[in-house]
Every structure is written in structure tokens, then in C-alpha cells.
Design a protein around this ligand. Structure first.
Ligand code: SF4
Ligand code: SF4
Ligand code: SF4
Ligand code: FES
Length: 320
């Protein structure tokens, strides 16, 4: 059968959902709760298109083409609706994509990642990353006003991380074997960046206890940012930061160890259900309405395949 897409004829089989037909024809349609060949329920609304034949907005991930359809995939109205869906998800999403210290460093050092390596005692990697951005013989930190320390989230809990001294100490460890460096660590400032907002008193107390490693760093950067479709969609929609205040009630930075290298961070979950529908008795929905959340089923968590992290459209499920 033939349908019209942006006023052009498109031959479709009628057996595949619209999003598949449209993507194969070269149209860029975002999606979060949909994944090719996976079970899903439409919820995110970022794949919406308009059927001009009856003037209805429809989710392309769960609608099959029918005779007479006239699909509009990119008018301002369609984009505005997708954007609204994204903004609603982002307003319930409490996390930092990038660590504030990394964002403000004028030398382009991925400060947060260097600190993560230091805390994990991966000193070669820490040194390699530092020297990929700057000349460690003449570390710019010595003369810098340490904007990283002013921006540091730990400072809002108790005292900021002593970042500059940690980097100076690292650069002075001449005994370290220098690992091959191929690229400079440069932060892409054009990407959407989710921001946490303020911690409440209970969270501050919990963070003080939980993050007591040598550097005191809270490791703010999202460990799933490289594969996050939510961030990618927000960047494409030119959303720079969440428009509405962030209202999630979920515990900030709480990470559940699922098994092996797999972790779950509930405050980053958009409740798309992909992990629930595509694993067996591993994840489930709890509560209803605004309070609804996804939880790991404790007694089955040891059997969960870490590949589920690839299905998750955010950094909520990630492999460390
Ligand atoms: S707590 Fe750590 S990752 Fe967060 S801003 Fe401070 S130094 Fe950076
Ligand atoms: S899950 Fe995605 S949007 Fe959320 S903090 Fe991580 S990278 Fe950013
Ligand atoms: S954890 Fe599950 S429900 Fe939450 S965003 Fe990831 S796949 Fe979706
Ligand atoms: S991708 Fe279609 S509703 Fe989420």
C-alpha cells in the first residue's frame, strides 16, 4: 500500500510499525521507550507524528500504516509535542550528565574522570587522562583560580574536594609509567546537560556517609552518558537544560548493584518499561501514578544479563 509522508508517496507493507517504515525511508524519528525487536508499551511520546487525514497525533512506534494515511513527521507542531514529552521526562530526572568540576575547567581536563581513577587506584589511567589534556610538567592548575573547586558539588554537602592539590600530586608522581595517549579529553559543550539541583538535608547526611573515599568526591558525572538516548534526544531537540524544575522524589545518586558489572540508578529511570518487558521476572513496576517506579526483583537479580543496559535508553542501567 502507499501512504503519504510529508506529501511524498511511500510504499509500505502494512506489517511493520510506522517508525520502522519511516526510518527505513530515511526520516529521523526519535524514540526512547521503543527498541527494534523488543517488547514495548508506548509511554514516552517522543516518536509522535501527525496523521493529517484525521488531524491526530499518533505514536509511530505502535501504529501500523493504514490506507489513506498522510503523515507529517517534522512540522513545528509535531516537534513541539515531542519536546513537551521530553521536558516532562527531564523534569522527573535527577542527575548530572557531566560533573560541574569538569564543565568549568578552562583547561579542558576531565577532572571528574581523573578523580574517579584516583579513587579506584587506577593511577596510570588517571595520569594518562590528565596528560592527554595538559602538559603535566607545567600543570596549569598551579596558577588557576580553581573554578573546579568553586563548582564542586561536594562543597554543598560539607567541603569541596581538594581538586587542585590532588591533580598537582598526581602530576608530580614522576615514577608513573606514561600510558599511550591518543586523543585529548574535550567536553562537548553543545550537548544537553541534566543538572541535579540542591541536595536536601537527608541527602547531604547520606552522601557524607556513603562517599567517604580518600578524595571525598561524589563522582557526579553520569556513568551511562555515552549511551544515553534521553540526552541525545534532548540535544537534538535543542534543549540545553530542563525547563521545569526537577521534581523527582527518588533518592539522589543511589546506585543498586544488580550483579557483576551491572548497576541500576533509579533517579535516572524514565519508567519506559523496556527492562521490565524484555527480561524474565527481573524488574517490575512498583506503585502507581506519579509515584510509579521500577525496581529490581531482589531474588532474581543474580541472573540478569548485563546486556539489558544496552536496551535502557538512559544511564539508569549501566555497566561499570
Ligand atoms: S564532587 Fe567530585 S565529581 Fe562532583 S564536582 Fe566535586 S570533584 Fe567534581
Ligand atoms: S541518564 Fe542521560 S540524561 Fe540522565 S544524567 Fe545520564 S546522560 Fe544525562
Ligand atoms: S531502567 Fe528500565 S524502565 Fe528505567 S529507563 Fe532503563 S529500561 Fe527504562
Ligand atoms: S518511542 Fe513511541 S511512545 Fe516512546
Amino acid at each position: 500500500m502507499k501512504i503519504l509522508v510529508n506529501d511524498k508517496e511511500l510504499e509500505v507493507s502494512g506489517e511493520r510499525v510506522l517508525i520502522e517504515e519511516l526510518r527505513d525511508a530515511g526520516y529521523v524519528i526519535p524514540s526512547l521507550c521503543y527498541a527494534h525487536d523488543a517488547k514495548h508499551e508506548p509511554s514516552c511520546m517522543v516518536c509522535m507524528v501527525r496523521n493529517e487525514a484525521n488531524n491526530q497525533m499518533i505514536p509511530s512506534c505502535s501504529t501500523y500504516p493504514t490506507e489513506g494515511m498522510r503523515i507529517d513527521v517534522e512540522s513545528d507542531d509535531v516537534k513541539a509535542l515531542r519536546r513537551m514529552g521530553l521536558e516532562l521526562l527531564l523534569s522527573d530526572h535527577r542527575a548530572d550528565c557531566e560533573a560541574p568540576c569538569t564543565v568549568v575547567c578552562p583547561s579542558g581536563i576531565d577532572v571528574a574522570q581523573v578523580l574517579l581513577y584516583i579513587d579506584r587506584k587506577q593511577m596510570d589511567e588517571a595520569f594518562s587522562l590528565l596528560s592527554s589534556a595538559v602538559d603535566v610538567e607545567h600543570l596549569p592548575c598551579t596558577d588557576c583560580k580553581a573554578m573546579c573547586e568553586k563548582a564542586c558539588r561536594r562543597g554543598t554537602v560539607d567541603k569541596c574536594v581538594d581538586i587542585r592539590q590532588l591533580l598537582i600530586d598526581l602530576s608530580e608522581q614522576k615514577g608513573l609509567k606514561k600510558v599511550d595517549v591518543t586523543s585529548k579529553a574535550v567536553l562537548d559543550k553543545s550537548s544537553f546537560s541534566s543538572k541535579l539541583g540542591r541536595y536536601n538535608d537527608k541527602e547531604k547526611e547520606w552522601l557524607r556517609e556513603e562517599y567517604s573515599q580518600p578524595s571525598h568526591c561524589l563522582h557526579c558525572a553520569c556513568e551511562g552518558k555515552a549511551k544515553c538516548k534521553l540526552r541525545e534526544c534532548a540535544t537534538s531537540a535543542q534543549i540545553k537544560s530542563p525547563r521545569h524544575g526537577v521534581s523527582s522524589h527518588l533518592p539522589v545518586k543511589q546506585q543498586v548493584h544488580v550483579n557483576g558489572r551491572l548497576y541500576f540508578e533509579p533517579a535516572k529511570c524514565i519508567r519506559c518499561g523496556l527492562c521490565v518487558y524484555n527480561t524474565k521476572d527481573s524488574f517490575t513496576f512498583m506503585h502507581r501514578g506519579f509515584d510509579m517506579q521500577v525496581v529490581v526483583i531482589e531474588e532474581n537479580k543474580k541472573d540478569i544479563d548485563e546486556k539489558v543496559a544496552d536496551l535502557c535508553p538512559t544511564g539508569a542501567l549501566f555497566v561499570r
